[in-house]
Design a binder for this molecule. Structure first.
Ligand code: MG
Ligand code: MG
Length: 283
């Protein structure tokens, strides 16, 4: 799915540091080079599904239409949509429109209109390995402020990804995401909220694994990054507040002030050659 709330145990262990960090590090699933190749195969399925959705998103198309397109691509590839049935989630992708941040549920009556913004989050399982990625799409003629918000969010994601190198620390990733978001806000002459209740995560044989990857943090802090770790990096920025609410459907997260939100995500392996984006489109 999109993202995890930060578990209380993570908050406590982050504050305890030292010993807790050593214990926590042992809980991270390490992948062999062969397993990373298998995760790349799963990631390619996610990339293909998102490419098809990107191609299809236009005024008059419903979010349920996009869901059907993504599920078709995933199943045609011999994979399984990981969101479908996840903790009861009823669809194969999350579609979050305008003030919706993440975890929106596709619906036939939710028809995209000119100038809408929709974040599409997609996950697939192939041969037991998970891929998870998200894009923000601007429908029809985009609003300039939405283009800037989406570009800033994507840039923040890539700033975080660049920090996924052996010997770095988890806090370097969080700090880079936060710094890039703030830098872009200043450059755009706007205030962007960095949603902190949700964030990235380890991924592999499950979708959501240790560690939690906050989108704000301190450089030089946290777990040491090692080759074989795979993390989903997924900033969510808003055009206003960083506060969110959850709708009565139990899933959809919206901005508390009604401002629009963007969400970008890739699943990325830490390798000796640097970060490898497993959900990048085939080149
Ligand atoms: Mg996701
Ligand atoms: Mg995710």
């Amino acid at each position: 799915m999109a993202t995890d709330r930060r578990p209380l145990a993570e908050v406590v262990s982050a504050r305890v540091g030292g010993l807790a960090d050593r214990v926590r590090r042992r809980s991270v699933e390490m992948k062999t080079p062969g397993q990373i190749e298998a995760m790349r195969a799963a990631g390619l399925v996610v990339a293909a599904a998102l490419a098809a959705v990107t191609e299809a998103a236009r005024p008059g198309v419903s979010t349920a239409d996009l869901d059907g397109i993504a599920e078709g691509v995933i199943r045609d590839a011999g994979a399984v949509p990981s969101f479908l049935g996840y903790q009861g989630f009823p669809r194969s992708i999350c579609t979050s429109v305008n003030e919706q941040v993440v975890h929106g549920i596709p619906a036939p009556q939710q028809v995209l209109g000119d100038g809408d913004l929709v974040s599409v989050d997609c996950g697939a399982i192939l041969d037991g390995w998970h891929g998870d990625a998200a894009v923000t799409l601007l429908v029809g003629t985009p609003r300039p402020e939405d283009e800037a918000l989406s570009a800033a969010t994507r840039a923040a994601m890539h700033a975080g990804i660049e920090q996924l190198v052996p010997g770095g620390r988890l806090g370097d990733v969080s700090h880079a995401v936060e710094e890039e978001a703030r830098r872009r806000a200043a450059a755009d002459g706007r205030t962007y909220g960095i949603v902190a209740d949700y964030g990235g995560h380890g991924i592999g044989t499950s979708m959501h694994m240790d560690p939690f990857v906050p989108n704000v943090g301190r450089a030089g802090s946290g777990m040491r990054l090692r080759p074989g770790m795979v993390l989903a990096i997924e900033p969510m920025l808003t055009g206003g507040t960083d506060e969110t609410d959850e709708l009565d459907d139990g899933w959809t997260v919206v901005t508390a002030d009604g401002s629009r939100a963007a969400h970008w995500e890739h699943s990325v392996a830490v390798t000796d050659d640097g970060p490898r984006i497993l959900t990048a489109p085939a080149s």
